[in-house]
Design a protein around this ligand. Structure first.
Ligand code: ZN
Length: 336
């Protein structure tokens, strides 16, 4: 929510055409990038890092590799797993960014214009996407949630709209991977066999983890299987594993729990004797800590949903993200 305060999108896009022209001259003078390990090439955490991403983009062009831009870090990792070393993958939004309310910058548009393909989540996650694509010239984009069985949001002002967090279901993630495999193969047929093989290997890892998470959650007695978060981001995962979901707000773009929402969650946590509550990494946990205090529960940690962590954090990949979330949930439910 912090990006672009006080500046309308129209105003920002108005400056972009000239910046694109400037960039054409600037990028050819870029120095070569260092190594292109997946972890390093995927995500940006600072301006310096973003400069590096720019260099990776240029390097990809120089090596004849296709350059894939994704809307956020989680699907960047998925795409990187499928791409392997045959394509360059970057995330438009940086690690830790609040993606629902994101507003693209002129630099983002430059990166978009230099990509061969853009991958987004869809389901209303990228509210900025339509305008962003409208300002690019002939850059194809693919929506990775195509084919997923959508769960609608059931409460708040977003009720009836699709819940965008489908990637939180490993089963849905298999559809994302298949969409990535097809998209990369169509874009770059010469490397299609590698993309097919990488997608098969990665899908097997996702299936294995799905089974492990199911077994882990099964160790919690059914009546204790609650997941309490700030954002309603766990509907898909909860459906997969038979968890009951409670949250303060439906999607982060409306973050700001009302006193009524907070009181409702406090009542439920208290009445169901739910021992632990959590909040996501990209938003303030203050309201959830209030829930914990007033309901006699424990604030037991931070979930990773809308962003990965850096390589030395707890969730540098999508598989790590799922594993970490389920482990702290189950540990919290069992120990408290
Ligand atoms: Zn979210």
């Amino acid at each position: 929510m912090a990006q672009g305060i006080g500046r309308g999108l129209g105003q920002r896009f108005g400056t972009i055409a000239c910046l694109l022209l400037v960039n054409t001259a600037c990028t050819t003078a870029s120095t070569p990038a260092p190594t292109d390990s997946p972890a390093a090439s995927t995500l940006g955490v600072s301006d310096t890092k973003q400069d590096q991403n720019q260099n990776f983009t240029n390097q990809g062009k120089n090596q004849g590799k296709k350059v894939i831009l994704t809307s956020f870090t989680v699907i960047a990792d998925m795409a990187q797993q499928v791409a392997g070393d045959k394509a360059i993958v970057n995330s438009l939004t940086k690690i830790g960014a609040e993606i629902h309310g994101y507003e693209p910058t002129p630099s983002d548009l430059r990166r978009g214009q230099q990509a061969d393909l853009i991958l987004d989540n869809g389901l209303g996650l990228e509210k900025w996407a339509e305008k962003f694509y409208g300002n690019l010239r002939n850059i194809p984009h693919i929506t990775l949630s195509q084919g997923v069985a959508v769960i609608d949001i059931s409460q708040d002002s977003s009720a009836g709209k699709p819940n965008p967090h489908a990637w939180m279901s490993p089963k849905a993630a298999l559809i994302y991977v298949e969409n990535i495999r097809k998209a990369l193969g169509d874009l770059d047929p010469i490397n299609a066999s590698t993309y097919n093989a990488n997608a098969a290997t990665y899908s097997q890892k996702i299936k294995t983890l799905d089974q492990q998470l199911r077994e882990t959650i099964a160790t919690v007695p059914p009546e204790k299987r609650f997941i309490v978060s700030c954002e309603g981001a766990f509907s898909y995962l909860a459906q997969d594993y038979g968890l009951k979901e409670l949250y303060l707000w439906a999607v982060n773009s409306e973050q700001q729990a009302t006193p009524k929402q907070i009181q409702q969650v406090i009542q439920r946590v208290r009445s169901q004797k739910i021992p632990v509550v959590f909040c996501e990494s990209t938003v303030s946990a203050d309201a959830q800590k209030q829930v914990a205090r007033e309901a006699g529960a424990k604030f037991a940690g931070v979930f990773y949903v809308d962003s990965l962590t850096t390589a030395n954090g707890v969730a540098p990949t999508y598989l790590d993200l799922l594993t970490y979330n389920v482990n702290i949930l189950v540990k919290g439910l069992q120990e408290n």
